[in-house]
Design a protein around this ligand. Structure first.
Ligand code: MSP
Length: 594
């Protein structure tokens, strides 16, 4: 303790947390003491931090496969960062205010909070079931969030970005969005009546005229353009970056950021004005700051925030949100990762079409890993993808059951590995230089080893960009090569009574298991339970599964010791992934009475 500060140090298995008591910079005029924490490793180097978010999900409808996709993409990134030794935080939650929730609650006859709690719990349940390992679950009806929104609003007012005005224009309740004349078109409803709809979402819009508060969005156009031009990779994929730049070239009127309380009661009141409610998108976007600890403790996490969003909410995240942050003098997001949508037979999922894919039912039919693998392997950020049960069955059967499961079986089945160990590697059979010692490995085998040696770097590059589909594609290609390696040398045909054959037999198994160990480590972010099954069966301990452990591939071939050699395998827990049968799947898991 000095006269300046109070410091506290906690040492936790190799990591050190150092805390310092400081005056909160956000409360200069009404000081409050807060702890500032830094996390360092054994050598005193700060541990890098990462904060990934999903959008908060509307509670007017139940979770579907599209929502789970946003969450799985973020979850995969969070798990990948942890494997890298990064201190990662992952937030998700529910968006519970606004007109459409107010209306949805009214149709059920429940009071809004009871209604929201029920649906929010459904999301939480689905996410837990799907292995979404969030560190924070936020509900916009929580008190901590209300406080964050009130403070954020006050800062915007104090910085001169909010003024009293009146809004007249189009509003879409399903999108909770204000639209300009150019963003609406003439259309007809199901009864043939003339209506106007949003060109982007197709939802019906209504004319609205209200006195409320406006945000000086138009003043921030140049700052937003400057931010984007100086950070050309901030919106991914590039296609969406250019879309946002184009939007900024067109009309950018000031934004209405409140609604009259007489129309919208279900929301956060505007500080100091009992007649107005904060616009639901401003309210919802602040959730990212709430989780980071705004207004008092957010700086550590806020400087490393990455948002995962669907393409339908790009404008809110790439224009409104950075504009609000600029106005509040807060750092802008490190990256906005945009993904496209899942359709069913080419159509948007909707209750009225009856084509909504239920993630719980799907995860029961195909297992959680099957569903996650399908979504991450097939989902591409640039274009919409079509969901189809048959596609899930085909992909999981060929890549998980046959290729990966077959490979594990060939290395560990008691008939092929009677000693149930990680066998020894023999340098004479598989020399580092193909010409040396007349080894038995052929050119194709060297190519495979090269490919697996390069795999972690390739997977890293793609997991960093949240392009899991490319990482999984590369892993799958290597799995195919390793199966080809075993097939080529058919160890089951060798006569193990001959010493030379036995050495080669063990080497083939050792190399294949080393490949599998790398695949197991790299698959952890995408299919955690399946990866755990592989690694546990190989006898790889919990402390041997970090990303760095994947960089130490086939060390015996490189002339170093191998810690796994001669180690007993883990218990045999059966098939890695049972083949899915489309017909059986339908019969076995159909809900009773359906
Ligand atoms: N509540 C807002 C987000 C506020 S964030 C400050 C919202 N909620 S949502 O429930 O409608 O959508 C949440 C996420 O699910 C979005 O990223 C959206 O793109 C995603 N998906 C909704 N339907 C989808 C598909 N059919 N396919 C893929 N993702 C889709 O918007």
């Amino acid at each position: 303790l000095s006269s300046q500060s109070l410091q506290l140090e906690l040492l936790l298995s190799g990591y050190a947390l150092r805390g310092e008591l400081q005056v909160c910079p956000a409360r200069r005029f009404c000081p409050k003491l807060i702890w500032r924490w830094t996390c360092t490793d054994r050598s005193g180097t700060p541990v890098p931090a990462y904060y990934v978010t999903t959008p908060v999900f509307y509670v007017n409808s139940l979770p579907h496969i599209g929502h789970v996709y946003s969450a799985v993409v973020a979850d995969c990134s969070h798990r990948y960062k942890i494997l890298q030794g990064v201190n990662s935080r992952f937030a998700t939650g529910t968006d519970e205010h606004g007109l459409k929730i107010q209306q949805a609650a009214a149709t059920t006859g429940k009071d809004p909070l009871t209604f929201c709690t029920e649906v929010s719990n459904r999301f939480r349940h689905v996410f837990r079931r799907c292995g979404i390992s969030y560190t924070d679950y936020v509900r916009t009806t929580e008190d901590r969030h209300r406080q964050a929104v009130e403070q954020f609003w006050t800062v915007l007012v104090n910085n001169g970005f909010i003024y009293r005005g009146s809004y007249e224009g189009w509003y879409s309740v399903p999108d909770e969005s204000f639209l300009t004349e150019t963003q609406v078109v003439d259309s007809t409803d199901s009864l043939g009546r003339a209506i106007k709809t949003s060109t982007e979402s197709g939802h019906k819009v209504e004319w609205m005229k209200e006195d409320n508060y406006l945000f000086r969005l138009s003043d921030l156009r140049h700052k937003l353009q400057h931010w984007l031009r100086s950070n050309p990779r901030v919106i991914q994929p590039e296609k969406f970056y250019y879309i946002v730049l184009q939007w900024l070239e067109s009309d950018l009127p000031d934004l209405s950021v409140s609604r009259q309380k007489s129309r919208l009661q279900w929301g956060i009141g505007v500080p100091g004005d009992p007649e107005q409610t904060v616009y639901v998108w401003l309210d919802a976007l602040v959730n990212y700051l709430t989780v980071a600890g705004y207004p008092e403790q957010h700086s550590r996490w806020w400087s490393v925030v990455h948002h995962v969003v669907g393409k339908d909410i790009l404008k809110f995240h790439a224009i409104y949100w950075p504009a609000f942050l600029l106005a509040a003098e807060l750092p802008l997001p490190q990256a906005i990762h945009v993904h496209s949508h899942w359709t069913v037979q080419g159509k948007k999922m909707s209750k009225s079409l009856g084509n909504v894919v239920d993630p719980l039912e799907t995860s029961l039919k195909f297992t959680v890993d099957g569903l996650r693998y399908f979504l991450l392997r097939q989902g591409v950020p640039d274009t919409d993808c079509d969901y189809d049960d048959d596609k899930v069955v085909k992909l999981c059967n060929s890549e998980l059951a046959d290729a990966l499961g077959g490979l594990l079986n060939r290395c560990t089945a008691p008939s092929l590995n009677p000693e149930q160990v990680y066998p020894q590697f023999c340098n004479t059979s598989f020399p580092k230089e193909p010409e040396e010692f007349n080894g038995r490995a052929v050119l194709e085998d060297y190519k495979m080893v090269e490919a697996v040696l390069r795999l972690p770097a390739l997977a890293k590059e793609n997991f960093e960009k949240l392009h899991a589909y490319k990482a999984l594609e590369a892993i799958s290609g290597c799995v195919r090569m390793t199966n080809g390696f075993i097939q080529r040398h058919a160890p089951w045909k060798l006569n193990c009574r001959k010493t030379e054959d036995k050495l080669w037999y063990d080497t083939v198994l050792h190399v294949s298991m080393e490949c599998l160990r790398i695949y197991g480590i790299l698959l952890q972010p995408a299919v955690p339970s399946l990866a755990d099954k592989i690694l546990s069966r190989l006898g790889v301990g919990p402390g041997e599964r970090s990303w760095d452990h994947a960089l130490d591939f086939l060390s015996r071939y490189e002339g170093r010791d191998c810690p796994y050699e001669r180690r007993a395998l883990g218990p045999n827990t059966g098939l890695l992934f049972s083949r899915l049968e489309r017909k059986n799947v339908q019969e076995k898991h159909q809900k009773p009475g359906k």
